[in-house]
Structure formats: structure tokens, C-alpha cells
Design a protein around this ligand. Structure first.
Ligand code: ADP
Ligand code: MG
Length: 254
């Protein structure tokens, strides 16, 4: 095992609030790592900082042996480090298939512009993207809804579509923010199975999630965040038995 990503002493303020406060932790290559912690602990900000969506005030982030702290989001994505996003409002009116084709690699993180909408698939790269998009949709069980409105998908299908969009980028490390939120049990099983399959094929994952069953089932190790800082790291069994973690949740059931 080797370290894939290292967060060193990262602090990020929003106004007077320290969303991350001297946060240091690392992620192993090949692992599925869980990130848990109470609401407001800084979990989403951590994912945003790791993928370049927000820039740390202080500290550094190293991915795959290189300092990525100053890189823009699309450059980080092209190195294989991506996070999923909720299907954006602008995609309303598009089919599932169309919504994937609006996300070729160099446009990740950029606002979807009007010029991209419903452009005919004229060139070779477009056709290759379309072939790849179809294969990904088939794999995720979404090909049968490819012609339906993306906005009309169920909560779980939307999560799968978010995953489909990042899979087009040939990622090495995928960060998921609450993949189980709003997902009905049958689709949750599919999502868990697909995460495990992709991991077995070599993709590393970091997963922020409140569903402790999911964390326990899929994660090799877990980081606990509290008040912007990494509190405890270890196996799910170890961290959930740790008194500092129990105190951080203030008696909430975990
Ligand atoms: N864009 C933002 N503007 C202002 N405050 C923010 C912003 N993003 C996060 N925060 C604040 O930073 C803290 C951590 O938020 P967040 O990273 O979303 O936590 P979590 O995902 O663990 O619930 C919270 O107090 C939140 O209100
Ligand atoms: Mg969050």
C-alpha cells in the first residue's frame, strides 16, 4: 500500500468560520476511505479542497506524488482526481444521454455554456465520447432510461448519473459526497456493488456519508472529522469505539 493523497495542515475560512482548521490526513492508493463526522465538521469543504473547487488559505495537498494545491479543478481532474456533483439545474430538459455528453473531460468544473447544448455529434471525439457514454450507462444500469429526462430520474438514479459523469473522465480517485442520501434501498445495493467493482478494478474512493452501514460495508479505513480537524483515523470498528469520536457526536447514534 502507498499513500495516494496527502492533506497537510489545511485551513480554510469562510468569513469568520474555519471550515477546515489545520486539517492533516492521508488516503491510501487502492482503498475506499470513509470520511465521517457531525454536520458542519468540514467534510464537504475537505472534498472541495482536495479537488480544487476551493483553495486552502494555508496548507498543501499532494496527489500521486505531486503538489496540486495551486492547480485549477480541471487540471486536477485530468490527473484522475474527481468528485461527483449533484445534477445541475441547467441540465433540466436534457435526456440522461445528453446530460452525459455535455461533460467531456476539458469542460469539467466549467459552467455549462449555451453553445454546448445539443450540438450535433459531428467530430470523431464526440462520437468516441458517445460510445464511451453508452458503455458507462449500460454498466450502471441507466441505458434503458437514456432517452428519459435527467430531471425525472429517481434519487438513486441521479446518484448513478453523477457517477457516470465522472467515469467519463477515466478517474483514478473518486470522491463521493453522501452517495446514499435520498436513495431507496434497492438502488443503494446497486451503488454499493458498483463502488466495490470499480475499486476492484483499481479506482480509489473517498466517501463522505452519514449512513454508517454503508461506511462499515465498503470502507477499508475511516477518517473522523470534527470542527475542521481530523480527529481519529482507523478501521470502522476502532474509530466508532473511540471515546473522542463518541464525544464529538455528543451522544448521537452512530
Ligand atoms: N461557501 C461557504 N460559505 C460560508 N460558510 C461555509 C461555506 N461552506 C461551508 N461553510 C461552513 O463551514 C463549515 C463546514 O461546512 P461543510 O464543509 O459543509 O461541513 P459538512 O460537510 O461536514 O457538514 C460549516 O460551519 C459551514 O456553515
Ligand atoms: Mg457536507
Amino acid at each position: 500500500m502507498s499513500t495516494f493523497l496527502t492533506v497537510r495542515h489545511v485551513t480554510k475560512h469562510f468569513g469568520g468560520v474555519a471550515a477546515l482548521d489545520d486539517c492533516s490526513l492521508s488516503f491510501e492508493r487502492g482503498h475506499i476511505t470513509g470520511i465521517i463526522g457531525p454536520n458542519g465538521a468540514g467534510k464537504t469543504t475537505l472534498l472541495n479542497a482536495m479537488t480544487g473547487l476551493v483553495k486552502p488559505d494555508v496548507g498543501s495537498i499532494e496527489f500521486d506524488g505531486q503538489d496540486i494545491t495551486a492547480l485549477p479543478m480541471h487540471r486536477i481532474a485530468s490527473r484522475g482526481l474527481v468528485r461527483t456533483f449533484q445534477i445541475v439545474r441547467e441540465l433540466r430538459g436534457l435526456t440522461v444521454f445528453e446530460s452525459l455528453l455535455l461533460c467531456p473531460p476539458h469542460q469539467i468544473g466549467e459552467k455549462v455554456s449555451g453553445a454546448l447544448f445539443l450540438r450535433p455529434l459531428v467530430n470523431k471525439q464526440d462520437r468516441e465520447n458517445a460510445t464511451k457514454a453508452r458503455a458507462i450507462l449500460e454498466r450502471l444500469g441507466l441505458w434503458r432510461v437514456a432517452d428519459q429526462s435527467a430531471a425525472a430520474l429517481s434519487g438513486g438514479q441521479k446518484k448513478l448519473l453523477e457517477l457516470a459523469r465522472v467515469l467519463l473522465l477515466d478517474p483514478k480517485f473518486i470522491l463521493l459526497d453522501e452517495p446514499a442520501a435520498g436513495v431507496a434501498p434497492p438502488l443503494l445495493k446497486d451503488i454499493v456493488r458498483i463502488i466495490k467493482e470499480l475499486n476492484a478494478e483499481g479506482i480509489s474512493f473517498a466517501i463522505v456519508e452519514h449512513d454508517m452501514h454503508l461506511i462499515n460495508e465498503v470502507c477499508d479505513d475511516v477518517h473522523v472529522l470534527a470542527e475542521g480537524t481530523a480527529l481519529v483515523s482507523g478501521s470502522f470498528a476502532d474509530v466508532t469505539a473511540d471515546q473522542r469520536v463518541i464525544d464529538a457526536y455528543l451522544g448521537m447514534a452512530i
